[in-house]
Design a binder for this molecule. Structure first.
Ligand SMILES: Nc1ncnc2c1ncn2[C@@H]1O[C@H](COP(=O)(O)OP(=O)(O)OP(=O)(O)O)[C@@H](O)[C@H]1O
Ligand SMILES: [Mg+2]
Length: 320
């Protein structure tokens, strides 16, 4: 389990992380979403012990993570958002090099390297120079490398960026596979819909703060809340329907086109059911009552915009 408590990180006067809190349970596939500069890489580098925080704590399986702490580093694997330059290594040699860094050498180590390269579908490239691998292959090699010491928690920083749709699909399959093997996975991206397809939980970070965290169902529900309820009634009942709708405190805005009413509604599913019941009780002839699935993109943008508006207000309209 990963626990991040009140993490703060400043670069000079600039706060990259502000009281960041996050818990990721065992076996979760957690999607860490944020725009450029939101603080994803900073968080990950602190979690894997590559960067020190100014204050706050990170716990891995209940043990406090300190920067450059070897014992706990063994519990975590990290796939950074860049691939270093390694001249004159073949794919297999590259794996053997990292295995040896963990004291793994000899036949067992070679078999492990081969198994991992098979897992990431690179076993046909054993003798290829790593610099001659495509971008997607390099990403997969980084993943194989990060698994060499069999970590419990795996951090992947934007592993899907720059990959074509097929490579993205393959990466997702590999990550789902690793998740089903019991590994806890934290994966970052700019794109919420991309992560929603494979993650069990999602967290949205903005300007170094966790703005929303929930299961994928909760995130979809939050997105649905953004879209209006569409009610189709018999045309003669429009005025009566408006009267009932206007009485509901969750109704923010009403508009109608012919016999189709659009309701901007802030309530949850239960409140929605209450609204429908009220209409039926008043004898409104309803032809349909639906709330479209919300757009994850729209939800993400709304959270980012809300954060910006709050900051503007705090700073009297002066942008950071
Ligand atoms: N070494 C550094 N020196 C100064 N500022 C930094 C440094 N590293 C990061 N920052 C700043 O901290 C903020 C968070 O950066 P970070 O790299 O964590 O964001 P990110 O969410 O990973 O963004 P991206 O999606 O672009 O990778 C940014 O505003 C960035 O400019
Ligand atoms: Mg980053």
């Amino acid at each position: 389990m990963l626990e991040i408590k009140n993490l703060n990180k400043r670069y000079g006067k600039f706060y990259a992380l502000r009281n960041l809190n996050l818990t990721v349970g065992d076996g979760e596939l957690f999607g860490f979403v944020g725009a450029n500069g939101a603080g994803k890489t900073t968080t990950m580098r602190i979690c894997v012990g590559l960067l020190g925080a100014d204050s706050g704590e990170v716990f891995i399986d209940g043990q406090k993570m300190l920067s450059h702490h070897r014992q706990l580093s063994n519990k975590v694997g990290y796939v950074p958002d860049f691939f270093g330059v390694y001249n004159s290594f073949t794919t297999m040699e590259y794996m053997q090099f990292f295995a040896s860094a963990y004291g793994l050498i000899g036949e067992d180590a070679d078999n492990l390297c081969l198994d991992l390269l098979r897992l990431v579908k690179l076993d046909h490239k054993l003798d290829t120079d790593v610099n001659g691998l495509s971008r997607g292959m390099k990403q997969r090699l980084c993943l194989a490398r990060a698994l060499v010491h069999n970590p419990d928690i795996l951090f992947l920083d934007e592993p899907a960026s720059g990959l074509d749709p097929r490579a993205r699909y393959e990466l997702k399959e590999i990550l789902k596979n690793l998740s089903s093997m019991g590994k806890t996975i934290i994966i970052s991206s700019h794109i919420l819909p991309e992560l929603s397809e494979m993650c069990t939980t999602i967290g949205i970070i903005d300007h170094g703060q966790m703005m929303l965290k929930g299961t994928i169902d909760e995130i979809h529900r939050a997105a649905a809340m953004q879209s209006p309820i569409i009610i189709v009634v018999e045309e003669h009942a429009i005025d009566a329907a408006f009267r009932v709708l206007q009485e509901n405190p969750n109704v923010q805005h009403l508009s109608a086109r012919a016999n189709i009413i659009e309701v901007v509604f802030t309530g949850n599913k239960q409140d929605e059911a209450g609204l429908l019941t009220a209409l039926v009780r008043e004898g409104i002839p309803i032809l349909s009552f639906t709330r479209q699935e919300g757009s994850l993109e729209a939800l993400f943008m709304q959270i980012v915009n809300r954060g910006q508006a709050a900051r503007n207000q705090q700073q009297g309209g002066v942008r950071r």
